[in-house]
Design a protein around this ligand. Structure first.
Ligand code: PHE
Length: 378
């Protein structure tokens, strides 16, 4: 029962494991992303993510006693089977693509969700658990997307229960949870689709004048029950949910930019206290500077927007605040499509010099032809 924080030696172990993993042509994880593995910022008690995690754990302890086991510190390096196959993802599901997912090789990847552990945890005999971890997705660059974020997975089996019991308990459990976190709020259940639950829903709450999606959930699919060693013949049923910790923390603490979760700037870290939700006080926002970059697509179908975003992030790191498409046209004679992206550079802790930004922009331009062979700079 309970959880063990990951020690720094465990971080070294994971980093060593990453170095020794076999890499093949699928390998697409950049150093800056790999560097985050094992940091486990969600285990820092005074970090906004740690505060949210503890609040949710506390909620479950208070209402369910020892029913739910808390699981943390599982390695984010998982197999294609764990992340996709056993969860019933169809063979051509876009999530499997290296455009969306970081691979080490054709068999091993950085988990894209904590659901990757559902089956193993069921197999180990647990009937109810909460599992927290860092998850990784290739994505666009903006204030709410970062290649690493955190999820909490919840699963509960009802031995001898039926799916209606599961649905009722799931909805009641999650409504109680969001009321505890957000104060009494208006909620709505939206039908959703996940390959590993059926039926599936998303829960939205009305908070600060807008509908906010807080989690995905559903009744665990029979194929996952079987894979987890929970016989469905005996009439067993189970529910599962997954929620994103950053999303919750950004609205509850008023944190405007997802990069802040990773900063070691004391003006950020010193603001938060264990077990306490406080509103983030922005420290002076440093000026932003944008640069545009335009290119023709020689072959429209071999261009994936995520690849461009990642190239920019790989070179600019956390100095890149956002990348947005600002213009898009087809050349009248060549019929080639042209895209123009605006890269917004801003540091969260200091002023950037023009020279520094020019150097970054030059580096992006220089790297583009090799990184994206099917484009031509304008
Ligand atoms: N894993 C899903 C996601 O990342 C969320 C989810 C978890 C949905 C468990 C249903 C059940 O979007």
């Amino acid at each position: 029962m309970g959880w063990r924080p990951m020690s720094s030696s465990t971080r070294d172990q994971i980093q060593n494991e990453i170095r020794s993993l076999p890499k093949d042509a699928q390998y697409n994880a950049p150093a800056a992303v790999l560097d985050k593995v094992g940091r486990n910022i969600y285990q820092i008690p005074s970090h906004p993510l740690g505060i949210i995690r503890s609040k949710i754990f506390g909620h479950f302890r208070q209402h369910y006693g020892e029913t739910f086991e808390f699981v943390e510190g599982l390695s984010p390096i998982v197999s294609v089977s764990q992340n996709f196959d056993v969860l019933n993802f169809e063979a051509n599901h876009p999530g499997r693509s290296p455009i969306d997912t970081y691979y080490f090789n054709s068999q091993q990847l950085l988990r894209t969700h904590t659901s990757a552990h559902q089956v193993d945890l069921l197999r180990s005999g647990k009937e109810a658990f909460l599992c927290v971890g860092d998850v990784y997705r290739r994505d666009t660059v903006d204030a709410t997307h970062y290649p690493v974020f955190h999820q909490m997975e919840g699963v509960r089996v009802f031995p001898g229960g039926n799916d209606l019991d599961s649905e009722r308990d799931l909805k009641q459990c999650l409504e109680m949870l969001v009321d505890d976190i957000f104060g009494k709020v208006e909620k709505r259940w939206i039908d959703a689709y996940f390959p590993f639950t059926h039926p599936s829903w998303e829960l939205e709450i009305f908070y600060q004048n807008e509908w906010l999606e807080v989690l995905g959930c559903g009744v665990v699919h029979p194929a996952i029950m079987e894979a987890g060693g929970v016989s469905i013949e005996k009439g067993n049923s189970a529910w599962a949910f997954g929620l994103g910790l950053e999303r919750l923390a950004m609205v509850l603490f008023g944190i405007p930019d997802i990069r802040l979760f990773w900063t070691e700037d004391e003006r950020f870290t010193s603001q938060f206290k264990e077990d306490t939700i406080t509103t983030f006080k922005p420290f002076s926002k440093h000026p932003a500077c944008y640069k545009d970059i335009a290119f023709f697509l020689e072959d429209e179908h071999s261009f994936a927007e995520n690849d461009f975003h990642e190239l920019v992030r790989t070179i600019g790191g956390d100095l890149v605040e956002s990348v947005t498409l600002v213009d898009n046209f087809v050349h009248p004679t060549t019929q080639k499509k042209s895209l123009c992206y605006r890269i917004n550079y801003r540091s969260m802790s200091r002023n950037l010099t023009n020279e520094e930004i020019d150097r970054l922009q030059q580096a992006v331009r220089a790297a583009l032809p090799t990184a994206l062979p099917h484009v031509t700079l304008r």
